[in-house]
Design a protein around this ligand. Structure first.
Ligand code: AMP
Ligand code: MG
Length: 419
């Protein structure tokens, strides 16, 4: 009987030839320690940056009890069941409080945002009031505290309003301004160097000879990196030759926190990149059980993280979105790095063979009944770059799935503007 050596099973997470997506993400995360550099910045410049410290409210918001309506501020204990007669003794505007007393049987006219006098606890809308000079008649019943906004109701002094690790959005700028905060501490920006590898690649402006193509990966990478808010170092196109690759990798590792390359990580032309990486750092080559984007290299050259993405243009974007983006977010200290997913009906048939997890390109749209649905972009080849331009989401299909009929419910991951 011939001797039989068992091979690692497909499900074996340690099988480097077929790493699951979750295992790859975990291994990437395990190597990353968030940076600790930070800087102070004016709040307008903090947009899209990551907070380096909690923001503690220095004040109550609102700062005083105030009115949510134009109407009359009254003492609840004065109100009768059917109707109540009161005497108007003053008026309060936003920014111009009424400073006198409001005694039993009295009330004041009050505008939205005006300070509620300490004697009053309830506001009656002006539509439910008849006024003749200072004589006020209030009709109907009104719950205690109606239309009153209380000091600290929105935010209490000393409360954490925005937590460390948050990516600042426009709403946060308004919130910070409402608290009178002019400057915040944000994480330092990281530097990401990137280059394309391939003898067939030409730059825009060159004439293409037979077999040559324009380098597109550096452009999509540039766009995605800028959207993430990192500083970029574009190192150009490097031919499939040892010496230029070695020099570029050394130079990149001296300048950047992260290096991203595209191409040359599959078998064949892969060898030079692989050889150089083995020589210069610790880099693993993985075959991930996914489509597109199977070959991926990950490791370090000195302290610099290295990602070797596949060459296919769509694979570059998929592997960037699924692996590089969460890693960069972790590195800059961003707390919430999970991408949102949702379940929607797919109006097209989906073609897929079982075996690998697939990220198909989808278009979320609203149908004639107002329902959010998804359709596919059609052909799913990993060289079809225009599919990424039309798509606004990935359709996530698990390994076992062997295609789906139209009107199946699928999980989608919207790009949220990054791609
Ligand atoms: P590779 O991973 O180097 O074998 O490349 C896989 C495929 O992607 C080949 O068809 C390459 O020509 C193509 N490709 C590699 N790099 C780029 C690039 N920067 N821009 C456009 N296509 C590329
Ligand atoms: Mg190549």
């Amino acid at each position: 009987m011939p001797e039989f050596t068992p091979q690692p099973s497909c499900a074996d997470p340690e099988d480097k030839n077929r790493l699951s997506i979750a295992a790859a993400r975990q291994r990437i995360a395990d190597l990353i320690t968030p940076l600790n550099g930070w800087q102070r910045t004016a709040i307008r410049d903090s947009l899209d940056r990551i907070l380096a410290a909690d923001i503690i409210s220095p004040i109550n918001v609102p700062s005083h009890n105030n009115s949510a309506m134009d109407g009359f501020a009254v003492r609840f204990s004065d109100l009768e069941k059917e109707s109540t007669q009161l005497k108007q003794v003053g008026i309060a505007f936003a920014g111009q409080p009424y400073s006198g007393d409001v005694k039993p049987g009295e009330c004041i006219r009050i505008m939205t945002g005006a300070v509620l006098p300490p004697d009053c606890d309830t506001i009656v809308m002006q539509e439910q009031v008849e006024s003749q000079g200072e004589n006020i008649t209030i009709h109907g019943q009104h719950p205690k505290g109606n239309h009153a906004r209380y000091a600290g109701e929105d935010i209490k002094k000393g409360e954490v309003v925005l937590a460390k690790g948050r990516r600042i959005i426009p709403a946060d700028l308004g919130l910070l301004a409402s608290l009178g905060i002019a400057e915040v501490s944000v994480m330092r920006r990281i530097r990401v160097a990137f280059f394309s590898t391939g003898d067939e690649l030409r730059s825009i402006g060159d004439t293409l000879e037979s077999g040559q193509i324009y380098d597109s990966n550096r452009y999509t990478l540039y766009g995605m990196l800028i959207r993430l808010g990192v500083d970029v170092i574009d190192m150009g196109v490097i031919p499939d030759q040892k010496e230029p690759l070695r020099q570029t990798l050394i130079e990149a590792s001296q300048q950047a926190d992260v290096i991203i390359t595209s191409g040359g990580v599959s078998v064949g032309d892969a060898d030079y990149v692989k050889e150089m990486l083995v020589e210069l750092g610790h880099v693993d080559f993985w075959k991930i059980a996914m489509r597109p984007g199977r070959p991926l290299a990950y490791g370090q050259i000195d302290d610099t993280l290295f990602f070797g993405l596949p060459g296919n243009p769509v694979s570059v974007m998929v592997t960037f979105y699924q692996f590089v983006m969460p890693a960069l977010r972790q590195l800059i200290g961003e707390a919430n790095i999970d991408s949102m997913t949702m379940q929607v009906t797919c109006s097209d048939d989906i073609r897929k063979r079982p075996g690998r997890f697939e990220y198909q390109r989808g278009i979320l749209y609203i149908d004639e009944h107002g329902q959010t649905k998804v359709k596919t972009t059609g052909g799913q080849g990993s060289g079809i770059l225009h599919s990424m331009s039309y798509a606004n989401c990935f359709i996530l299909l698990d390994e076992a799935c062997d295609g789906l009929p139209a009107n199946s419910v699928v999980t989608v991951q919207p790009f949220a503007g990054l791609i």
